[in-house]
Design a protein around this ligand. Structure first.
Ligand SMILES: O=C(O)C(=O)C[C@]1(C(=O)O)C=C[C@@H](O)C=C1
Length: 363
């Protein structure tokens, strides 16, 4: 009884805090509406500001007094900004579908829930929708920590006029999902080939001899698991929720740190956020020391390279382009100097985009 009194007292306090939170949220939303008016009056039609959002999320994580983990508070503020932006102007974001894929999770991780998301059947289609203006932004996978580069996405950058305006890192946790009650009932497994590869050791150890079939996406695998007797899918939690499947085994990926990086593509440049990355597309002739000549300006100006990838140039046999990510924004003086020097030694030097570095570790 005494306990009940204590509980009621704490709940009254929570109700009062919720009332205060709601008042402050409404005040914040009204500020966002004023921001929209200022932007409109200045003739700016781009309401989404990736650099500002990154700054807000970093500030919140840095000022977090606990006990909520940084990941939880940034998630909450992500959704607050998503709802505020939807008041200014709702966004449409294209992603590699169908619904229930990790690409959809990455899209919501970056933009929050208050967007219209448009599932596309191919990476090329995501680029096309954004280019045509049918979507404001697009989200495409670029690399996985175990499987490497998504070459299809890299190749699209050879010809697209779009620019990179953000990156998202998503921890990829694979689940064994089914309608059957236990592992013994699983007679057939479906998943995307990459996910099957990521769970090879677990499958050999726990379900040896059970047939595995690669399908077009993890969401398609979940759809089959929901409709075929004795079938299970390897997919993410979202696909399990969408198709109302039970999780028979969680986090079955062989590499616990398995992460996929996605890029956000759009039609507008992004301003510096203070902690940025610049992506470059470079090509040199086939001459001795050509690659070294690309790296030398970076060394000289103390700029870190976070990634280098080569792909066939598609302009001649055995000719290559390099995709290089460097730390810093294209408007930073050292990056400007590097670009000037690179233009002297390259046949092609294109800035694919400058954007805030991914915030925090993905849940
Ligand atoms: O600061 C702005 O430009 C806003 O529009 C406000 C706000 C926010 O809610 O904090 C909303 C959307 C933008 O993408 C960035 C920030």
């Amino acid at each position: 009884m005494k306990q009940d009194g204590k509980l009621a007292q704490i709940r009254r306090r929570i109700d009062a805090i919720d009332g205060e939170l709601l008042r402050l949220l409404s005040e914040r939303a009204a500020c966002a509406q004023q921001v929209a008016e200022v932007k409109q009056a200045a003739g700016e039609m781009v309401f989404y500001r990736p650099e500002r959002e990154a700054q807000v999320l970093r500030q919140v994580a840095a000022a977090n007094p606990g006990p909520l983990p940084d990941e939880a508070v940034t998630h909450i503020f992500r959704e607050i900004m998503s709802a505020c932006l939807a008041l200014e102007r709702p966004l449409t974001v294209a992603y590699l579908g169908p619904p229930g894929t990790f690409s959809q999770d990455a899209t919501h991780k970056h933009f929050g829930q208050a967007i219209s998301s448009l599932p596309q059947t191919t990476i090329e289609q995501v680029f096309r929708e954004v280019d045509a203006g049918a979507a404001d932004y697009g989200v495409v996978p670029i690399e996985n920590s175990t499987e490497g580069a998504v070459t299809h996405t890299l190749d699209m950058f050879l010809s697209t006029p779009l620019t990179i305006c953000g990156e998202v890192e998503l921890a990829v946790h694979q689940q064994l999902l089914s309608k059957v009650p236990d592992l013994a009932g699983v007679k057939q497994i479906y998943s995307h080939a990459q996910s099957l590869a990521q769970c090879r050791r677990w499958l050999a150890g726990h379900l040896p001899g059970v047939a595995c079939e690669a399908v077009s996406s993890n969401a398609e695998a979940a759809r089959r698991a929901a409709s075929e007797a004795g079938a299970a899918a390897i997919a993410g939690e979202s696909a399990g929720r969408l198709y109302e499947l039970t999780c028979l085994a969680a986090n079955i990926e062989d590499e616990p740190g398995n992460t996929t990086r996605f890029l956000v593509i759009g039609r507008h440049d992004t301003q510096p956020s203070g902690r940025d990355k610049t992506s470059l597309l470079l090509s040199t002739g086939n001459r001795p020391g050509a690659l070294a000549s690309l790296l030398e300006p970076l060394r000289r100006h103390g700029i870190s390279m976070t990634r280098i990838e080569s792909r066939p140039a598609r302009t001649g046999r055995w000719q290559y382009v390099f995709f290089i990510d460097i730390e810093g924004h294209v408007q930073d003086a050292p990056v400007q100097q590097v670009l000037t020097e690179l233009r002297e030694v390259t046949a092609l030097c294109k800035v694919l985009g400058a954007y805030p570095r991914a915030t925090g570790d993905a849940p």
